[in-house]
Design a protein around this ligand. Structure first.
Ligand code: GRF
Length: 247
């Protein structure tokens, strides 16, 4: 047994003087014993997808595999990013189906085919079928460009979030990664990161800074925590080990 690890209790590993603190996690959403299969759903530019691709290239996200990218839009630049990175990218567009139900069926089967452990909504502007949310409970995460519960919910997406933050005059905004439940931006919060609003900010400049300083940092971190078996959800709240000492 490794020095410092004096007891192993069922699903729980207790380590004395750990390198990272708070490492004991009961019933994690993923046990970390194999590579986490990650499916990413996108609708647009895909800078958050790019952050994952870059993190992987840089040797982070070692315990994950980006298995597929699904876009609801055929011309989403995110699909090109996937192709360049050698990740399978497919488009499932509502335009190609007679009704919402048929689209949902096709979308769900494209999801299931990929056998994901985790589904990442990275700027995915489609309301998920209820069946999918219950089937993948605590296995779908979303990135939102504000500190939830501010500036979130129905209608808060894209530039609107930042316009409202500036209109309210907040001094701090940020981003949130959360699990997806039946509500809009109401699921358990995994990570948040603040970003200072600056004098003279426009919705565009604020959006860019929130992406650079918060979104692109948080999303890989959240996935890395989950992949390492360090995230669990208890009574609607996320408990996680502290893989990251700062930042
Ligand atoms: C991001 O601001 C994200 O927070 C929101 O949609 C935007 C997607 O941007 N959910 P991108 O497609 O990743 O560049």
């Amino acid at each position: 047994m490794t020095a410092g690890c004096d007891k192993i209790v069922k699903d729980k590993i207790a380590i004395d003087n750990p390198v990272f603190d708070n490492l004991v996690i009961d019933n994690p959403v993923f046990d970390g014993k194999r590579k986490l299969r990650v499916l990413v759903c996108v609708s647009g530019g895909g800078t958050n997808l790019q952050a994952l691709i870059d993190a992987k290239k840089a040797g982070r996200l070692a315990n994950t595999e980006l298995v597929r990218v699904i876009s609801n839009k055929a011309d989403a630049y995110a699909l090109e990013r996937a192709e360049k990175a050698g990740i399978e990218g497919i488009c499932v567009s509502p335009k190609n189906f007679a009704d919402r139900e048929a689209f949902h069926r096709a979308f769900l089967s494209a999801v299931e085919e990929a056998e994901p452990d985790l589904i990442v909504l990275a700027g995915f502007l489609v309301v998920l079928p209820a069946e999918m949310i219950s089937r993948y409970r605590n296995r779908i995460i979303n990135i939102h460009p504000s500190l939830i519960p501010s500036f979130c919910g129905k209608g808060f997406y894209g530039l609107k979030v930042h316009e409202e933050a500036l209109a309210r005059g907040v001094k701090v905004t940020g981003a949130t990664v959360h699990f997806v439940d039946e509500g809009t931006d109401t699921g358990p919060i995994i990570l948040q990161k603040p970003v200072a609003v600056q004098e003279g900010d426009t919705p565009e400049s604020l959006q860019r800074r929130v992406m650079e300083e918060a979104e692109w940092v948080l999303l890989p971190k959240a996935i890395e925590l989950i992949a390492s078996g360090l995230v669990s959800v208890v009574e609607g709240r996320v408990l996680h080990g502290n893989l990251f000492k700062s930042g």
